[in-house]
Design a protein around this ligand. Structure first.
Ligand code: HEC
Length: 123
């Protein structure tokens, strides 16, 4: 009698646990960015991209308000050495989490008023 109950309880627990493990799986998409960590790292970027990502020279693009996905893609392409060496050097030491954090930080900033080109309107 008690043994039957014990079996039922164990079976229920196993069912609950496997369900919890299933629903607890992270979604297979990109890493979640932490804007506060991004803000710390962004100090490295100010010298070229300006305070809060608002560049004051046409030599460097403004990156404030850039859509996160575009930012991440851009950074990864630059890390792969797609474009000039300047950003290849900047991105070499960054892992995917660092890039996601930076993207989260810059995405929440207001784009430069005269340059809305980085503000993505597509969903
Ligand atoms: C030494 C100057 C310099 C520093 C420091 C620098 N960048 Fe850049 N960045 C550039 C230049 C130059 C480009 C343009 C690259 C190109 O298109 O050839 C660029 C491009 C970018 C782009 C792509 C913009 C676009 O429209 O695709 C992103 C994103 C970016 N930088 C982020 C960062 C971040 C984040 C940091 C700090 C970790 C940083 N940069 C530090 C010079 C710099």
């Amino acid at each position: 009698m008690t043994q039957k109950y014990a079996v039922m309880i164990v079976a229920t627990l196993v069912a609950l646990l496997s369900q919890a493990a299933w629903s607890g799986d992270p979604p297979p998409q990109a890493l979640a960015g932490d804007p506060e960590r991004g803000a710390e790292m962004a100090k490295l970027c100010t010298s070229c991209h300006g305070h809060q990502g608002r560049s004051v020279t046409s030599r460097y693009p403004s990156i404030a308000g850039m859509e996160e996905g575009r930012f991440i893609d851009g950074m990864k392409a630059l890390r792969a050495g797609d474009k000039g060496h300047l950003m290849a050097n900047m991105t070499r030491g960054l892992n995917d989490q660092d890039i996601a954090d930076l993207a989260a930080y810059y995405a929440q900033l207001e784009p430069t008023p005269w340059d809305q080109s980085n503000a993505e309107s597509d969903p």
